[in-house]
Design a protein around this ligand. Structure first.
Ligand code: PLP
Length: 397
């Protein structure tokens, strides 16, 4: 006979079962998709090839020979595992050299590597704010920023997306020891940009510190240097820049760049930095190679943008004008989840992978199409041709 304790365990499990069923009925159940090939414009899933418009590998560097060779070389010298946190010599000179290169690249005094963008945002935000402070956060900021704000003891005031009037009004009202404005530079599910000229001006006028998440701007905007360069702005001591190696730089991990004092404080206070094993040197070697490639090949960023224009114009001619997007992240929106799922499934059937993004990742369902420098014009045109057929098919139903 089942004991009382075991039967209550089963009861708890049945709650998950019914919650999963609820997600499935609302078309919100997510499944993990596993590639059996490299990341790139063509990927293989379950033995079948797909044109891939889903990755953030914007410059197509993730499988580049330079990165693979850099990893192989570092494996010979440093092995794989790093063994401990940076503060216990888990990092190698490659970590320090990459931090110096990132500081130069971003025009800051100093930089610090983090194991991921998620761990940077959730670690740094609570450590640069306290209960005496107020955070001002764009409503469409990335989940890792939202979680960082939740972990902070500061009050968080969320302003309407890109609404500078609202940000100004909130800053005027909220008196605090430190005021921290936080924004994505490129909004990852919409592909639009934060109005950084206005935000910087507002921060100067109100004496606020600015925290930028440049995860999708690094390697993409400003000739690769990121969002500040795109807007013709300079790094300032009151600006803290976070960025990732995992997207356009083709590797993994993240960095925070800023003034020497801020970075020193972060390395002494941030729990996700102190209490986590350092990234392996081979991952750092890959990031350093990715950074070198971006700096030495401006044409790569140019190719990304010409591909983006081709896709943007093609979508527009099909009637899918994406008025928000200003970057290689483009969207096709629909009012119902089932509609975007249907379109994504149709494309998948034609050998094209474009994921449907649904709540809670976004409020409004959409196809999120990311184009990269590695796509050929033919591949982009194939996506457009299939979208056209899908539209004709839907109209005739
Ligand atoms: N910030 C933004 C805007 C992102 O899009 C992402 C990644 O999806 C992150 C932070 C987290 O970065 P990582 O994937 O390195 O954890």
């Amino acid at each position: 006979m089942m004991s009382l304790a075991a039967s209550s365990n089963m009861l708890i499990l049945s709650v998950f079962e019914s919650e999963l069923r609820g997600l499935e009925e609302k078309h919100l159940l997510r499944n993990i998709i596993s590639r059996d090939s490299m990341q790139g414009p063509v990927i293989t899933i379950a033995g079948k090839k797909y044109l891939n418009f889903s990755s953030n590998d914007y410059l197509g560097l993730s499988g580049s020979p330079e990165i693979v060779q850099a990893v192989q070389k570092s494996l010979q010298r440093y092995g794989f595992g790093s063994g401990s946190s940076r503060l216990l010599a888990g990092g190698s000179v490659l970590h320090k050299n990459l931090e110096d290169s990132i500081a130069r690249f971003k025009g800051t005094e100093s930089a610090l590597i983090f194991n991921s963008g998620y761990s940077a945002n959730t670690g740094v935000i609570p450590c640069i704010t306290s209960e005496d402070d107020v955070i001002f956060s764009d409503e469409l900021n990335h989940a890792s920023i939202i979680d960082g704000c939740r972990l902070s003891r500061a009050r968080t005031l969320v302003y309407r997306h890109r609404d500078m009037g609202r940000l100004q009004a909130l800053l005027k009202k909220a008196k605090a020891r430190r005021r921290l404005v936080i924004t994505d530079t490129v909004f990852s599910m919409d592909g639009d940009l934060a109005p950084l000229n206005d935000i910087c001006e507002i921060c100067v006028r109100s004496g606020a510190v600015l925290y930028l998440d440049d995860a999708h701007g690094t390697g993409v905007l400003g000739g690769g240097r990121g969002a500040l360069a795109h807007f013709g702005l300079k790094a300032e001591p009151w600006i803290i820049q976070m960025g990732t190696f995992s997207k356009a730089l083709g590797s993994f991990g993240a960095f925070v760049a800023g003034s020497e004092d801020v970075i020193k404080w972060i390395s002494n206070a941030v729990r996700s930095f102190i209490f986590s094993t350092a990234l392996p040197s081979s991952v750092i070697a890959a990031a350093a190679a990715g950074l070198r490639l971006v700096q030495r090949n401006p044409a790569l960023v140019g190719k990304l943008w010409s591909n983006r224009e081709r896709l943007y114009d093609g979508l527009k001619s099909l009637g899918y004008e994406d008025s928000a997007s200003m970057t290689p992240i483009l969207t096709i929106r629909a009012d119902r989840v089932s509609k975007v799922l249907g379109l994504s499934k149709y494309l998948y059937g034609k050998g094209i992978y474009v994921p449907a993004i649904r709540p809670p990742s976004v409020i409004g369902p959409r196809l999120r199409i990311t184009v990269t420098a590695a796509h050929t014009e033919r591949q982009i045109d194939k996506l457009l041709a299939e979208l056209k057929k899908a539209e004709i098919g839907a109209a005739s139903q």
